[in-house]
Ligand binder design. Structure first.
Ligand code: AHR
Length: 326
């Protein structure tokens, strides 16, 4: 009897197993390639030579890799950049969002929304405050270190100067490079007795750099150095010094950040003492990170860009200038 029951149980379970629907074979995991990928890129705007090189890097590299790039120009307006971010979250075609943040704050909500929408976010060029859990990685410069380099260079230039009053032309208020370059500059400059006696934003522009410097020169000519947080503002200061009858790079030492081709020309002309490099050619690293993120790879929170510095006294300056891409 027991054998009969056991036999029936075995037959029944074999029958049920045969009837049970086959376990669905799991979808093969999608492996993303560049042509599959649509990147929504939120650029700051078009403020100067560095930004033009950075934008070209994104557009040209996208074409080379065959990926679809949706380019958004925030026109240096934070509200427009946040609106563009929301647009890319809503846009079903956009797979990954890349942003060059105009300012370090104001991103908490949109980053949370992007995360909820399952859209990876990559920061390019500029960091933001906090939110590390809401973006994949930041690819860009160590702006504090750029500032330190500028401070060290200014110390060297003013080492024999009895007084060391320096004026600082800052980038747009709230921007990571404006905050961090200032911090780094003071860290090294104050060690050699430099005092920053004037500091003001000139929004990365030649015109504003000139106007701000002119206003300061009307008040006093007791300045031994000018730190332009980018090349364009330094070019403006150089024009203002000339018009005030001062010799740039001699009477007043001038150091900038970016090292675009314009800075090389100014160093070759003898009006700019030195330029700390900030590398704008970030797109290849950013797209590589975007693809890795879509394929589920974990990336370091910061991927620093490689940078150098150049001085008008460099013996090979002419050759270096000839070989520059931007
Ligand atoms: O974020 C990088 C900075 O942005 C560059 O130094 C400046 O030229 C640009 O506006």
């Amino acid at each position: 009897m027991i054998k009969r029951i056991l036999f029936l149980v075995v037959v029944a379970s074999l029958f049920l197993a045969a009837c049970a629907p086959a376990a669905p074979t799991p979808e093969p995991k999608k492996v993303w390639t560049y042509p599959d990928m649509t990147v929504g890129f939120l650029q700051t705007g078009s403020e100067g030579g560095w930004r033009a090189a950075n934008t070209a890097s994104f557009k040209e590299t996208a074409a080379q890799l065959g990926l679809n790039l949706k380019f958004y120009d925030s026109q240096n307006d934070l509200a427009k950049q946040v609106a563009g971010f929301q647009q890319f979250i809503q846009d079903p075609e956009v797979d990954v969002i890349v942003m060059s943040p105009l300012e370090v704050t104001g991103w908490d909500q949109v980053l949370a929304d992007a995360q909820a929408a399952g859209k990876p976010v990559i920061l390019s060029d500029r960091r933001i405050d906090g939110n590390e859990d809401k973006y994949v990685t930041f690819i860009g410069a160590d702006f504090v270190e750029e500032g330190r380099k500028a401070g060290t260079a200014m110390c060297e230039l003013l080492k024999d100067s009895p007084s060391k009053n320096v004026w600082e032309l800052q980038g747009n208020v709230g921007a990571a490079p404006a905050i961090d370059r200032g911090t780094g500059f003071r860290e090294t400059a104050e060690k050699c007795g430099i005092t920053v006696t004037n500091t003001q934003t000139a929004n990365w522009s030649i015109t504003e750099g000139k106007a701000v410097t002119e206003a300061w020169l009307k008040q006093s000519k007791d300045v031994q150095g000018i730190f332009g947080q980018n090349d364009e503002m330094a070019f403006g200061a150089i024009e203002a010094l000339k018009e005030a009858g001062l010799v740039p790079a001699q009477d007043v030492k001038v150091i900038s950040v970016d090292a675009t081709s314009g800075a090389f020309q100014a160093m070759l002309d003898g009006t700019l003492n030195g330029a700390i490099e900030c590398n704008p050619l970030l797109a290849p690293q950013v797209y590589e990170a975007a693809l890795a993120a879509l394929n589920g790879e974990t990336l370091p929170k910061w991927i620093p860009s490689q940078e150098s510095q150049f001085f008008m006294t460099d013996p090979n300056l002419k050759e270096v200038a000839a070989g520059r891409k931007y």
